[in-house]
Design a protein around this ligand. Structure first.
Ligand SMILES: NC(=O)c1ccc[n+]([C@@H]2O[C@H](COP(=O)([O-])OP(=O)(O)OC[C@H]3O[C@@H](n4cnc5c(N)ncnc54)[C@H](O)[C@@H]3O)[C@@H](O)[C@H]2O)c1
Ligand SMILES: [Zn+2]
Length: 371
């Protein structure tokens, strides 16, 4: 389990990277305080003899530019609204103009938006070049940078155009989290709660117990948090890289979350939408008799302790939320599907780890998060 103050042997283990395996090989995920200072060396090791293009949003380029490895920097405007085909086109055009060839390597430094976008650039540039992920938000460190999913949003919805393209390595430096704006920081905690819900009841309890230390961004607790979440995600995606089956459990809370993000025109950050989605979907699991009574209450309790929303600040049109769910990628025949917990720490196997739900039950569950 997660240890706050690690013993000598454990701190040794903490420095060893987590390994993620995929169809064509494997890659290491380093979780190391101070690692950003070694970015040049790590990029050289994992993208040997490559001409490096560093892709970062403008905020991250400003904050961490001095620590970037030697190479050209390609910056784009920060925020979810930039995760589009248009930005992808601008970045790939810029690389072509600068004469980047098949010997290029991409270093994606930033949050989940940068990882998804720069990863999609790497997946598609000259039919694919290798890349390294350097997550600098909590959400990207403990979730988005692991698993090889890349892509962009379209007017129809989230992440609808993309590709699987595993990175050559992931380098997470939890020290970078100290500069994150409070709202972005808390947002990331929602994905950690999701990991507890889907796979590890003891981790869920540990997060609840460390809520105060997490609010203070205690460095040791943060390392333990990122590490355990990466292990859980690595385990799930290593077992099922292309979401043929169990990987779908990572979508817990996300059928509702993606719809809320889309309908709010991305004014609700991804992590907050995940928090609300976990509440609505655990209510749905209870309503369908899949999860025991009290599951939703435990989810609400932990999210509240972490300062995450459990109710929308202002109402959204319910019909549009239902429509957005009907456009979700997990659907079969336009019926929304949900990855639902059977308890804290365990997911309902359903059919391919997701279930369809009657619209009345979905509506009732959405009511739990409407103001
Ligand atoms: N590929 C996946 O498996 C996966 C999984 C989960 C989420 N995602 C995606 O991740 C995205 C959300 O990622 P996010 O929450 O990291 O958003 P983000 O990338 O927009 O980052 C949030 C903000 O923090 C700023 N920032 C980044 N690092 C900073 C630092 N260290 N200090 C100060 N500011 C910093 C950024 O400039 C940005 O303004 C969504 O698009 C979501 O779909 C992808
Ligand atoms: Zn997510």
């Amino acid at each position: 389990m997660v240890a706050g103050a690690a013993s000598g042997r454990e701190s040794m283990r903490e420095r060893a990277p987590v390994t993620v395996t995929h169809a064509l090989g494997s890659y290491p995920v380093y979780v190391e305080p101070g690692a950003l200072a070694r970015l040049g060396a790590l990029a050289a090791r994992h993208l040997p003899d490559r001409r490096l293009a560093v892709i970062a949003d403008a905020t991250v380029a400003e904050l961490f530019g001095p620590k970037f490895p030697d190479g050209e920097v390609f910056a784009f405007p920060a925020g979810e609204r930039a995760k589009t085909r248009e930005t992808w086109a601008q970045l790939t055009d810029a690389l072509l103009t600068r004469g980047f060839g098949r010997d290029s390597g991409i270093v994606a430094v930033g949050g989940g938006v940068t990882g998804d976008l720069a990863g999609f650039v790497a997946a598609t540039y000259l039919r694919g070049v290798p890349y390294v992920q350097v997550p600098t938000t909590l959400l990207a460190m403990l979730d988005a940078s692991v698993g090889g999913k890349t892509g962009v949003d379209t007017p129809q919805g989230k992440n609808l155009i993309g590709a699987f393209h595993p990175p050559a390595a992931v380098l997470a430096d939890p020290e970078t989290l100290q500069s994150l704006p409070e709202r972005d920081y808390r947002s990331g905690l929602a994905e950690a709660v999701k990991h507890g819900v889907i796979a590890d009841r003891a981790y869920f309890a540990w997060i609840a117990g460390e809520a105060d230390a997490l609010a203070r961004r205690d460095p040791e607790v943060l390392v333990a948090l990122v590490r355990r979440s990466v292990e859980i995600k690595a385990q799930v995606v290593s077992d099922d890289e292309r979401e043929a089956g169990r990987r779908a459990v990572l979508n817990a809370g996300h059928t509702v979350a993606h719809a809320l993000e889309h309908v709010s025109d991305y004014t609700i950050p991804h992590g907050e939408a995940v928090a609300l989605g976990l509440v609505a979907e655990s209510a749905l699991a209870e309503r369908l008799g899949i999860a025991p009574a009290g599951t939703r209450a435990r989810v609400v309790e932990i999210l509240t302790a972490l300062g995450l929303p459990v109710r929308l600040a202002s109402p959204l049109p319910t019909a549009r939320v239902l429509d957005a769910m009907a456009a979700d990628k997990k659907n079969r025949r336009a019926r929304p599907r949900f990855a639902l917990p059977s308890d804290i720490g365990a997911m309902h196997p359903g059919e391919g780890w997701t279930v369809a739900a009657p619209e009345t039950a979905v509506l009732e569950s959405l009511r739990e998060i409407f103001p």
